[in-house]
Design a protein around this ligand. Structure first.
Ligand code: SAM
Length: 190
């Protein structure tokens, strides 16, 4: 399907972003969303992924963060905050080691300078991994996060393999082929 067709489909189905189809494909393949899941959505605005989780499993409880504000979503507790300060959000901090699923579609502001941007993406990915280690349930936790195909991806994947029993890479159909974005799935923290 052409990239714009995903946007039209999202609008038709009442979703806030076309990004929902990327997450939907990965969730269906990995079966990472379970009943009554406690989900942490970081970099959530405008809220498409949180909406999708609620639609796929209404018993899920979602905590969501972004620097940008979002329109409220039923069943989603939203915090307008920089993810670097996540430990300062007491409602989330009190749930350390309890989340079943962390989803991160975080994307940094890009400078256009390749080496600088690759470092920014790597740093944000490492931060996401650290958050996952701290906040996921050890027995059945899983993470889905966005990264990019660049010279630091292999280094990041190696770091991720040190943290999870299983690591897989996904390029969903709804992800523009020229964007270079790629999604990593990590299952069961080590
Ligand atoms: C691609 S969008 C997420 C789209 C979302 N998954 C959806 O389906 O609607 C990436 C988001 O990451 C957020 N972001 C980037 N850096 C951040 C940070 N340090 N802390 C919190 N949010 C951040 C941006 O504000 C942006 O809203």
């Amino acid at each position: 399907m052409h990239a714009d067709s995903w946007a039209i489909k999202a609008k038709k189905l009442g979703f806030r972003s076309r990004a929902v189809f990327k997450l939907e494909e990965i969730l269906k393949k990995t079966k990472a969303l379970k009943d009554k899941s406690l989900v942490l959505d970081i970099g959530c605005a405008p809220g498409g992924w949180s909406e999708l989780i609620r639609e796929m499993n209404s018993s899920s409880k979602i905590y969501a963060i972004d620097i940008l504000n979002i329109k409220p979503i039923e069943g989603v507790l939203f915090f307008q905050e920089d993810v670097f300060n996540i430990d300062n959000i007491k409602e989330i901090y009190s749930l350390k080691s309890k989340f079943n699923l962390v989803i991160s579609d975080l994307a940094p502001n890009l400078s256009g300078i390749k080496t600088v941007d690759e470092e920014k993406i790597f740093d944000l990915n490492i931060l996401t991994l650290k958050i996952a280690k701290n906040y996921l349930n050890k027995s059945d936790g899983a993470i889905i996060l966005k990264s990019f195909q660049n010279s630091l991806l292999k280094k990041f994947r190696t770091e991720m393999e040190k943290c999870f029993h299983l690591v897989q890479t996904y390029k969903p159909a709804a992800s523009k082929s020229q964007s270079g974005e790629i999604y990593l799935f990590g299952d069961r923290p080590l």
